[in-house]
Design a protein around this ligand. Structure first.
Ligand code: NAD
Length: 259
C-alpha cells in the first residue's frame, strides 16, 4: 500500500510516532525515524530493519532550523525524495495559565508549532520538486477542538496546527500535496503516563480519578485510544491518493469529542 514511499516520522522513538513508523514500514514504505532521542531513534530503526535498507534513525530536534533542513536532506539523499511527513514530535507541560512560566510556554510552542512549520517547509521543497505529490500529517489532538484546564500552550498549539494544515492544503494542491490532522484522544504513552500524577497533584484528586473523571469521562466506552488506532488512521491518510481528503482533521478518540 505504501510500497517505496519515503516517509519521515518525527518523535518516532516512542509512543504514537513509533507505531506509525512501524505500520508505514510494514506497509512497504522506507521510513526515517526522527527524534531528539538519537539513540532511541537508531534502536527503533535497527529493530524494524536490521539491514538498514528501509529504515533509518535520524537525530533531529524539530525546533532547530539547521538540524531539520539537514535531516530532511539526508533522508531525501538516502531514500530518493520525500513522499510523506508525519509531524508528530511533542511534549506536554501542565500548569494553570496564571502560573505558567513564559519559558515553558515558548518551549511548547516551539516544539509543536515551529517543529511543524520547519519540517513542513523542508519536506515541501522536495515534494514540489519531485512532481509526485505528497502527504503531510500533523499530530493534533482532541485538544485541537476542545480545551482542558492546565493545558494552555498545548491547546493553543494543537488548534494552531489546524490553521497550518489548511494553508498548506491550499498552497500544496497544485503540486498534489495533501495535508490532514489526526486528533487522538488520550493514548497511554510516556507523555500521558507522566501527566497522570501531575494532574492528580494539580487537581488534588487521585490518579485513578484523573483517568476516570478527567481523561476518559466523555468517551463512549471508558477506553483509552491506542497507538494502533492512531497509526491505522495515519496509514489511511498517507496512502489516500487524491486531494479529496485534504485540509481535514480526523478525531480518533472513542467518541470523547464528536463534530
Ligand atoms: P511520547 O512522549 O511517547 O513521544 C514523543 C517523542 O517526541 C519522544 O520520542 C521524544 O523524544 C520526541 N521529541 C520531544 N521533543 C522533540 C523535539 N524537539 N524534536 C524531536 N523529537 C522530540 O509522546 P506521544 O504520546 O507518542 O505523543 C506524540 C504526539 O501525539 C505529540 O504531538 C502529542 O501531543 C500527540 N498526542 C498524544 C496523545 C496522547 O494521549 N498520548 C493524544 C493526542 C495527541
Amino acid at each position: 500500500m505504501m510500497t517505496d514511499k519515503v516517509a519521515v516520522v518525527t518523535g518516532a522513538a516512542s509512543g504514537i510516532g513509533r507505531e506509525i513508523a512501524k505500520q508505514f514500514f510494514d506497509a512497504g514504505a522506507k521510513v526515517a525515524i526522527a527524534d531528539l532521542n538519537a539513540d532511541g531513534a537508531a534502536a527503533v530503526a535497527a529493530e524494524f530493519d536490521p539491514s538498514g535498507t528501509r529504515a533509518m534513525g535520524l537525530a533531529m530536534d524539530v525546533t532547530n532550523e539547521a538540524a531539520v533542513d539537514a535531516g530532511i536532506e539526508a533522508v531525501a539523499a538516502r531514500f530518493g525524495g520525500i513522499d510523506v511527513l508525519v509531524s508528530n514530535a511533542g511534549i506536554q507541560i501542565v500548569a494553570p495559565v496564571n502560573e505558567f512560566k513564559f519559558s515553558d510556554w515558548q518551549k511548547m510552542l516551539a516544539i509543536h508549532l515551529d517543529g511543524a512549520f520547519l519540517t513542513t517547509r523542508a519536506c515541501l521543497k522536495h515534494m514540489y520538486a519531485q512532481g509526485r505529490g505528497g502527504s503531510i500529517i500533523y499530530m493534533g489532538s482532541v485538544h485541537s477542538k476542545e480545551a482542558s484546564v492546565l493545558k494552555a500552550p498545548y491547546v493553543t498549539a494543537k488548534h494552531g496546527l489546524l490553521g497550518l494544515a489548511r494553508v498548506v492544503a491550499k498552497e500544496g494542491a497544485a503540486h498534489g500535496v495533501r495535508t490532514n490532522v489526526i486528533c487522538p484522544g488520550f493514548v497511554r504513552t510516556p507523555l500521558v503516563d507522566k501527566q497522570i500524577p501531575e494532574q492528580a497533584a494539580a487537581l488534588g484528586i487521585s490518579e485513578e480519578a484523573v483517568i476516570k473523571t478527567v481523561m476518559l469521562k466523555a468517551t463512549v466506552d471508558g477506553e483509552f485510544t491506542t497507538v494502533d488506532d492512531v497509526a491505522r488512521t495515519a496509514v489511511f491518510l498517507a496512502a489516500f491518493p487524491t486531494n479529496a481528503l485534504t485540509g481535514q482533521s480526523i478525531i480518533v478518540s472513542h467518541g470523547w469529542f464528536m463534530e
